[in-house]
Design a protein around this ligand. Structure first.
Ligand code: GDP
Ligand code: MG
Length: 440
């Protein structure tokens, strides 16, 4: 597939901005890739529309073909849609925290309940109780009990003849009395959604008011998964998705469908039948699996790294000369996000003490980086290259333009000054700072 894409764009090979016709041509291939990965049709349509809009007009990086560039843009958008950050199960509620597992029969609810219980017990040191609300299949409650014994997690004692809502209430009461932190409620499923299933789950939901309601979806169900998710999402309301059987041959398109339809994050992924076979959701991995063009993506990433390395090189030269204005600070902030932080840039510089490096890399996090970049963006080019221009009225304007306080801006200015001072010092005596014995 990536060959085909490459072919299309070799014809049109030229650097510059991506044209709509180029993008459209590539999107036909992307569409096929998504459908082959079993992403639901309406989701495919929306995705193509939004990523087309984003791609048109974007600059093509040097040493990359337009086709490869499109694939990278598609991939990045896909990762973003899948959820750029990992969202774990929330236990931020009064104990015992009820977690409700819902989904069709055979989707992996019971197994996932046990897997989650095991994780919470082992990784977060929580006291977990599991309760089966599946009163229809005679072996269901027994299944959960056996799983509980395997992982050393308590299960609610079985009482024959009780209805799901009553079992759920009994589980909450018992857990409260016995000091449990979490109660995993495993509901029954049907092969298809029907109203009596929904009614039952709604009853349980109303009785225990779950803190998390996790929709368990078999990643191999493909197109049907959307309908299922929509119904559960509309009628019960879910807080997250658990995607099972990601160890299978499927390309995992259900991940994108689930995210798009429910708007909720995929919290965990089942990757096997064993109870330790559960992982956090990694959007990048799943994106490259869905797209099936991982090699193209890493190629473009490598190209981008090369460009960044070149930029870093320029920066180091400037630093050695002892110059450091807001332009420099901005390109550094941008690189920091990608190059593994300030410390790694400073690490390239000889003769800088460990303490200085630590000082420079302290207090840097993504949000701060974004705000700092916004402040610099609000400056005029003159202000950027000549920080001395920043008087009170200019500061006010910049702070307002970037939505921060003048105080925040002052912190940034202080940072620039400190860096400039540091650079000057290094520029003067840099060579031998770390190793005085070796001065010529
Ligand atoms: P439930 O009806 O939703 O409770 O589904 P179960 O938890 O009983 O799971 C049905 C079957 O799927 C069982 O044989 C599980 O071992 C299997 N299963 C569940 N999750 C996974 C998974 O992530 N990978 C694989 N390969 N099998 C799974
Ligand atoms: Mg079950």
């Amino acid at each position: 597939l990536s060959d085909k894409l490459g072919g299309i764009f070799d014809k049109l090979k030229r650097q510059g901005a991506l044209k709509e016709s180029h993008v459209n041509e590539a999107m036909r291939e992307v569409r096929v890739a998504l459908l082959e990965a079993d992403v639901a049709l309406p989701v495919v349509k929306d995705f193509i529309a939004s990523v087309t809009k984003r791609a048109v007009g974007q600059e093509v990086m040097k040493s990359v073909s337009p086709g490869q560039m499109v694939v990278k843009i598609v991939n990045d958008h896909l990762v973003e849609m899948l959820g750029s950050e990992t969202v774990s199960i929330s236990l931020a509620a009064a104990a015992p925290v009820p977690i409700l597992m819902v989904g069709l029969q055979g989707s992996g609810k019971t197994t996932s309940a046990a897997k989650i219980a095991k994780r919470l017990t082992e990784k977060e040191n929580k006291k977990v109780m599991m309760a089966s609300l599946d009163v229809y299949r005679p072996a269901a409650m027994e299944q959960l009990k056996i799983l509980g014994e395997q992982i050393g997690v308590a299960t609610l004692p079985i009482i024959d003849g009780q209805m799901p809502v009553d079992i759920a209430k009994r589980a909450m009461t018992a857990a409260k009395l016995q000091g449990f932190d979490v109660v995993m409620l495993d509901t029954a499923g049907r092969l298809h959604i029907d109203q009596s299933l929904m009614g039952e789950v709604v009853g349980v939901r109303n009785a225990v008011n779950p803190h998390e309601t996790l929709l368990v979806v078999d990643s191999l169900t493909g197109q049907d998964a959307v309908n299922v998710a929509q119904q559960f999402s509309d009628q019960i309301g879910i807080t997250g998705v658990v995607l099972t059987r990601m160890d299978g041959d499927g390309r995992g398109g259900a991940a994108l469908s689930m995210r798009a339809v429910t708007g909720q994050p995929i919290k965990l992924v089942g990757v096997g039948e064993k109870l330790e076979d559960m992982e956090e959701f990694h959007p990048e991995r799943v994106a490259s699996r869905i797209l099936g063009m991982g090699d193209v993506v890493s190629l473009v990433e490598k190209a981008a790294e090369t460009i960044e390395a070149e930029e870093a090189e320029v920066m180091i030269k400037k630093m050695k000369k002892g110059q450091f204005d807001f332009e420099d600070l901005r390109s550094q902030l941008r690189q920091m996000k990608k190059l593994g932080g300030m410390s790694s840039i400073l690490g390239m510089l000889p003769g800088l003490g460990k303490a200085q490096k630590q000082m420079a890399s302290a207090n840097i996090n993504d949000n701060l980086l974004k705000r700092q970049e916004a402040m610099i963006n609000s400056m005029t080019p003159q202000e950027r290259s000549n920080p001395k221009l920043l008087n009170a009225s200019r500061k006010k304007r910049i702070a307002a333009g970037s939505g921060v306080s003048v105080q925040d801006l002052n912190k940034l200015i202080k940072m620039q000054k400190q860096m400039a001072t540091m650079m000057k010092k290094m520029g003067k005596g840099g060579r031998g700072m770390g190793m005085p014995g070796q001065l010529p």
